[in-house]
Design a protein around this ligand. Structure first.
Ligand SMILES: Nc1ncnc2c1ncn2[C@@H]1O[C@H](COP(=O)(O)OP(=O)(O)OP(=O)(O)O)[C@@H](O)[C@H]1O
Ligand SMILES: [Mg+2]
Length: 264
């Protein structure tokens, strides 16, 4: 299954969380291949296991069964080939913006001038110029996320795993960051797996939108988005694709709600 162009290969993946009292089947039978250079957006009802899938690919969470490969190699731990931008990406509070972004580069013992050059590039890219020496405690939520994004990109990963990275940004900044991400993507050819609750964001970004079922999550439908870039959110094509994706998603939301109402 791991052809040349496949970056991430997930086959029959499952994950069950359990402690003394509870067992939660988060993922069951999740299969998906992501091509090198592809942007895949993951959509699904809250609690369907999107974050769990990302954390497993990142090597932060073990799998219960199935197979999980990145560039043909089984995932067993975290690695700098996978850059993470998560919902609540913890920054080091005692490090400045620049020092947070340079963290991974320091681990690689990169010379200070080179580190500085790379961090400056990404500070500018994410719009934090002027905040290089500020500590995270003084930043807004959106700015903290920008630092998280810059930090992931600074390590030059092959894969970017992004969990609602723009969810806390205001609408204009969010649209801008989406464009920035596409610019970085076309310049670098990175493979991106991007979780979002926004159908609009997914249709704007994705080569393919993967809609998950309600928990236990698996792939309900993978929808190729063929709209040429740059995409115009007001075009009839965009609006019609958004409608199609929404209807697939809404069916799953209804299932979640029915389950919650029935106390299942
Ligand atoms: N560490 C954990 N221990 C126990 N259960 C967990 C753990 N992490 C996640 N879960 C459960 O697994 C299921 C999937 O959670 P997950 O966070 O992956 O969903 P999600 O799709 O990312 O949701 P959201 O859209 O709200 O972010 C949920 O029922 C959640 O409660
Ligand atoms: Mg989540």
């Amino acid at each position: 299954m791991d052809g040349d162009g496949v970056m991430i290969s997930l086959l029959n993946l499952s994950k069950t969380f359990s402690d003394d009292k509870h067992t939660v089947e988060a993922i069951d039978g999740f299969s998906l291949d992501i091509q090198q250079g592809e942007i895949v957006c993951l959509l699904g009802p809250s609690g369907c296991g999107k974050t769990t899938v990302l954390r497993m690919i990142a090597g932060l969470e073990s799998k219960s069964s199935g197979s999980m490969k990145v560039r043909g190699k089984s995932v067993t731990s975290a690695g700098s080939d996978r850059g993470l931008v998560f919902q609540e990406f913890a920054l080091f509070p005692w490090r400045t913006v620049r020092k947070n972004i340079e963290f991974g580069l320091e681990l690689k013992t990169m010379p200070v001038e080179k580190r500085h050059e790379i961090s400056s590039k990404f500070i500018e890219l994410v719009g934090l110029t002027g905040f290089e020496n500020v500590h995270p405690g003084k930043l807004s939520g959106g700015m903290k996320q920008r630092v998280g994004i810059a930090r992931a990109l600074a390590n030059n990963p092959a894969v970017l795993l992004m969990d609602e990275p723009f969810g806390s940004l205001d609408a204009q900044t969010r649209n801008l960051m989406q464009k920035e991400l596409l610019r970085i993507w076309s310049a670098t050819g990175k493979t991106i797996l991007f979780v979002t609750h926004s159908v609009d964001e997914a249709v704007f970004l994705a080569d393919r939108i993967v809609v998950m079922t309600a928990r236990p999550g698996k792939v309900k439908e993978a929808i190729p988005i063929g709209i040429p870039r740059p995409r115009d959110r007001t075009s009839s094509e965009f609006i019609s694709v958004r409608g199609e994706v929404l209807s697939v998603l809404e069916a799953e939301f209804e299932k979640t709600q029915i389950r919650e109402l029935s106390g299942d």
